[in-house]
Design a protein around this ligand. Structure first.
Ligand code: RB5
Length: 151
């Protein structure tokens, strides 16, 4: 999908509730050829999801064109935290259609999922769909996303 010189940059993170799934997903992304960086958490010890959301969001903001993936128990806390960061459009999704549309229409740059909500199989499918889809940059979508960014 991506040539060696332009591997898609992906930053991934989770709290303790998403830790095991994050490990699995990070391995999947590396095997699929993405330039995927794991920003923690690195153990199953309890931690605070806003800290990880901030780490991943800061990297996505810093590296134009990069994408983020965040997991917590529900995906809700991660999406709330990431969406506080200017320039971050985080989408909390529970199926493949939502993952696809979040890229196509909303130009989401961070994918949030719930490790206690979605099955591992679905999480992999949603991630693959998100990463394989680009923004449908028709004027009306671009205008709406611009309005989000100006809020
Ligand atoms: C942790 O127990 C849980 O609250 C967290 O993972 C997440 O689901 C918050 O939105």
């Amino acid at each position: 999908m991506f040539g060696d010189k332009e591997k898609q940059l992906v930053y991934i993170g989770s709290d303790h509730a998403g830790f095991k799934m994050k490990e699995q997903l990070h391995k999947h992304l590396q095997e699929a050829g993405f330039d995927a960086t794991d920003l923690g958490t690195f153990t199953e010890d309890s931690c605070d999801y806003p800290d990880i959301a901030r780490e991943v969001s800061e990297k996505v903001k810093e590296h134009e064109g990069s994408l983020g993936i965040l997991m917590c128990g529900t995906g809700i806390g991660m999406s709330m935290a990431a969406n506080k960061m200017r320039g971050i459009r985080a989408a909390m999704v529970t199926d493949e259609n939502m993952a696809e549309m979040s890229r196509k229409h909303n130009n989401a740059n961070v994918l949030c999922m719930g490790a206690r909500i979605s099955t591992p199989e679905m999480i992999v499918k949603m991630t693959d769909k998100f990463l394989a889809t680009t923004f449908d940059s028709e004027e009306r979508h671009a205008r709406r996303v611009q309005k989000i960014d100006e809020l």
